[in-house]
Design a binder for this molecule. Structure first.
Ligand code: DLL
Length: 434
């Protein structure tokens, strides 16, 4: 694989500033952001007042712990525009969650917000090894989802030839990567697997594609999956993280030269890790729930937002800004099976070690009598169909040994597992609702 390390002189000075400089900037911006939220969003005024805190109480970064958390329910309660801190006329763009699990949550951006967003996404793409003149195949969905348009703005800002293909029509994805000479690809890791399948279906070798790097996010994926994708395409695979409530894609990104976790762009998004049970702030290095405070957003400032994503904070390496470890999963996706906590990524890790199984999977939860059972739906590769039974047993044994739970493995023929065109649905829960 080609060395794609960006040149030092192409980085923004703040990316390699000293920790003291970064902290000083954070403190100044945090004061402004708290005041902006308090003065302009009734929800924040009420929640700060109820907690007996005022923006003036923030004298150090640690003082942030005195302020109340914000949760998804707060956004729903203020649907659609109640969390906006500027008059609606100054909001140039809204995005929203799909609302499949309840009322959609709406976020908004002023012109300055869109500029800042493009700036942090450009930083991500540069950290991934792309440079002006590269061709980016952007297969994140365009629309209310922040993935497509969010990456798009940053790609244009960096000076990439941007192909706004969006998700779906997988045959055409392969054709345009090849015809347009895409050197970078932005897509969910699960959809990247569908694109790899389509290469095979067309009798093409993805290793011969023009791609040099893929930038994968919007859902959890493992280092084992990274190796699988890097091998399939003979390209780098790096992780991009973000969430609509904080901005969209572009909150954090891995550096292609280290691939050791995601540098958080801390000059705009201040991270904390808390104990999800007690809400107490944990020291760097400890695993817990990631919480973000926006430092520069105008339309939709967000204070101590509980992401429900589980990870830990680590010191900077390729950049001075701190890293977050690859997200293991969301607390919402944690399955408790007969007392053992399991994340889909733990099953993914084991699946990747079974050579005759394809990397696609889905977990099905059923209630059998009084017990819960988990079925792991997988499929063989086209040339390993006759090894299916053995492979299923191998996977069940590995899950038992490493994850510590007994599962049933259903091995299907190639194409048997539902494919994703965006975020994969990993868990199908058939258990009766309590
Ligand atoms: O998924 C934004 C995004 C688009 C990020 C494209 C990266 C690339 P939401 O739809 O609001 O926004 O979903 C946010 O997705 O809280 C995580 O649970 C999950 N997520 C996002 N990136 C990653 C990642 C976009 N790299 C939610 N690893 C977040 C693991 C991720 N989970």
């Amino acid at each position: 694989m080609e060395d794609l390390t960006p040149r030092k002189e192409d980085l923004e000075p703040i990316e390699i500033a000293s920790r003291d400089e970064i902290s000083a900037l954070q403190l100044a911006r945090m004061k402004q952001s708290l005041a902006h939220a308090y003065e302009n969003v009734p929800h924040y005024r009420a929640s700060f007042d109820a907690a007996g805190v005022h923006p003036d109480d923030l004298q150090s970064l640690e003082d942030l712990a005195k302020f109340p958390f914000t949760v998804k329910g707060d956004l729903r309660a203020n649907y659609p525009f109640g969390m906006f801190a500027v008059p609606r006329e100054q909001v140039l763009r809204v995005h929203a969650s799909s609302g499949t699990t309840g009322q959609p949550t709406v976020v908004g951006y002023t012109r300055d917000d869109l500029d800042m967003w493009a700036g942090v996404v450009a930083r991500c793409l540069r950290a991934s090894g792309l440079r002006p003149g590269d061709v980016l195949h952007n297969a994140y969905g365009y629309g209310l989802f922040t993935g497509g348009l969010g990456v798009h703005g940053g790609a244009e800002k960096l000076g990439l030839t941007t192909v706004p293909i969006s998700g779906g029509m997988t045959q055409r994805q392969v054709r345009l990567i090849e015809d347009f000479g895409a050197t970078g690809m932005t897509v969910t890791p699960s959809y990247a697997l569908s694109i790899i399948d389509e290469y095979a279906a067309q009798g093409r070798d993805p290793r011969q594609s023009p791609l040099k790097v893929g930038i994968f996010g919007a859902e959890p994926w493992t280092n084992a999956m990274r190796l699988e994708i890097e091998e399939a395409f003979d390209m780098h695979a790096v992780d991009i993280y973000g969430l609509s409530e904080v901005i969209g894609p572009g909150v954090a990104n891995e550096c292609v030269e280290t691939k050791d976790g995601l540098h958080i762009w801390e000059d705009h998004f201040y991270p904390e890790i808390i104990d999800p049970q007690t809400g107490e702030v944990l020291p760097d290095g400890e695993m817990g729930e990631l919480v973000f405070t926006s430092l520069t957003k105008q339309a939709f400032p967000i204070i101590r937002y509980r992401t429900r994503d589980l990870t830990r904070l680590l010191p900077g390496t390729a950049r001075s800004m701190r890293r977050m470890e690859k997200v293991t999963g969301r607390s919402d996706d944690m399955i408790i099976l007969r007392g053992v906590n399991v994340f889909p990524t733990q099953i993914e890790e084991q699946l990747m070690t079974v050579a005759s199984l394809a990397p696609h999977f889905q977990l099905e939860l059923n209630r059998v009598g009084h017990k819960d059972e988990m079925r792991v739906k997988v499929e063989t590769l086209p040339d390993t169909v006759e090894l299916g039974d053995m492979a299923g047993k191998e996977l069940a044994a590995k899950v038992k040994q490493v994850v510590g739970i007994s599962v049933k493995v259903d091995v299907d023929a190639p194409g048997g597992v539902a494919r994703s065109q965006g975020k994969a649905v990993r868990i199908v829960d058939n258990r009766p609702k309590e």
